[in-house]
Ligand binder design. Structure first.
Ligand SMILES: *Cc1c(COP(=O)(O)O)cnc(C)c1O
Length: 392
């Protein structure tokens, strides 16, 4: 079955719910046993039925089954946020004295967690250049338990040679975790490329409608058992209502992504031709530094890309942002609506220099009509040029 079909059929069991197409919202805290034998069964290892609300009900389980199927993993685990899932992808595997290698372009709040919280547990973190590839071998120590990856990198969009990194990590017995939110399992099969623990901020494309926060971790074998133990020990779970909405979003992921990619490619191409733009960071463009790896390993691109602008006065930059119609300023992405966000990559990296001098603007191409969006961007550029002319 192709992934586009799995998205539609996986994790659904109408026969269990009177023929209902979607797994209903099953809410409960307590799960009642009618007799002692039933009660004892709940405690048996590997018991598949409901045990307690905090361990998930059918609504969460059916979403997890669909995601595991799509990822090619034995199991998937929902978390209340993408950030929780990122943290689980590291903390499930480390103890005091261990070492973790983390890509320098990791999602900013993960770095904040590592620098503020992980330190307190006596676990050492080294940030590495995302473009190292097989060169990561030189940084792996006997105590390295996790090599954490994310491609393309947050804000600055560097691609990573995941198969080369995975081969080097596995040769030394380290686990490879990947934040695969940008591509989703549809456009990058992380596990098939050597990743052990594939992480989604489902808040973005899986939910797709900007109304739920959720993270999902997929893994197999011992790695899956450790993630499950971590989640249950910390009492982390998504609500049935959130899981219902995420499953609803999932069913159209492939159709939405196609449009996000088409619109983003059009906008990025137009933007790349403007004299005020120095560079576009979007691996799907042939001139992008990471294009060769993207083309080799990925099957598509999503709607998020970054624009490096030439230096300009703050007021001129503000005129560009304020003048852009249909693009709201906002964090997050992956929803149906277009967004822009001024970003500062230089503040969230420590192992690699950031040499670009002008402002950096991140775009999320939403599902509005592409021509309307282009007109909105053009309006911003007109406002920017008028502001620049007025400033002399
Ligand atoms: C947003 C995001 C996260 C965190 O997801 P939340 O649900 O907001 O906690 C993790 N990784 C990436 C790449 C993200 O963009």
């Amino acid at each position: 079955m192709r992934n586009e079909t799995k998205i539609v059929v996986s994790g659904r069991s109408p026969e269990l719910y009177g023929g209902a197409v979607n797994t209903p919202v099953v809410r409960t805290s307590t799960v009642i046993a009618r007799n002692m034998a039933e009660w004892d069964r709940l405690a048996e290892p590997g018991y598949k039925g409901l045990i307690y609300g905090r361990l998930g009900t059918q609504t969460v389980q059916s979403l997890e089954a669909a995601i595991a199927d799509l990822e090619g993993a034995e199991a998937a685990f929902c978390f209340p946020s993408g950030l929780n899932a990122n943290i689980a992808g590291i903390m499930s595997f480390v103890s005091a004295g261990d070492h973790v290698l983390v890509t320098d372009t990791v999602y900013g709040p993960v770095r904040r967690y590592l620098d503020n919280e992980l330190k307190r547990f006596g676990i050492e973190v080294t940030y590495y250049d995302p473009r190292l590839g097989a060169g990561i071998a030189a940084l792996i120590r006997d105590t390295t338990r996790v090599v954490y990856t994310e491609a393309p990198g947050s804000l600055s969009m560097e691609m990573q040679d995941i198969p080369a990194i995975a081969a080097a990590a596995h040769a030394r017995g380290a686990i490879v975790a990947m934040d695969n939110t940008w591509a989703t399992p549809l456009y990058f099969s992380a596990i098939a490329h050597g990743v052990d623990v594939s992480i989604q901020s489902a808040t973005k494309y899986i939910v797709g409608h900007s109304d739920v926060g959720m993270g999902i971790v997929s893994a197999s074998g011992e790695a899956a058992a450790q993630v499950k133990k971590f989640r249950n020990n910390y009492g982390l779970m998504s609500s049935p209502d959130d899981a219902y909405l995420a499953a609803r979003g999932l069913r159209t992921l492939h159709v939405r992504l196609r449009q996000h990619q088409q619109t983003a490619t059009g906008l990025a191409t137009w933007l790349g031709r403007q004299p005020e733009v120095e560079k576009i960071l979007y691996p799907a463009l042939p001139e992008d530094e990471g294009h060769a790896i993207w083309k080799r390993d990925f099957t598509g691109a999503s709607g998020l890309f970054t624009v490096l602008l030439r230096p300009m006065p703050a007021a001129v930059y503000a005129a560009l942002i304020d003048g852009m119609e249909l693009f709201s300023i906002g964090a997050s992405w992956g929803g149906f609506e277009s967004l822009i966000m001024p970003v500062h990559p230089e503040k969230v990296r420590s192992a690699t220099p950031w040499t670009h001098e002008g402002p950096v603007l991140r775009f999320h191409a939403g599902l509005e009509d592409p021509a309307d969006l282009l007109a909105g961007v053009e309006a911003g550029f007109r406002a920017m040029r008028a502001a620049a002319a007025a400033a002399g």
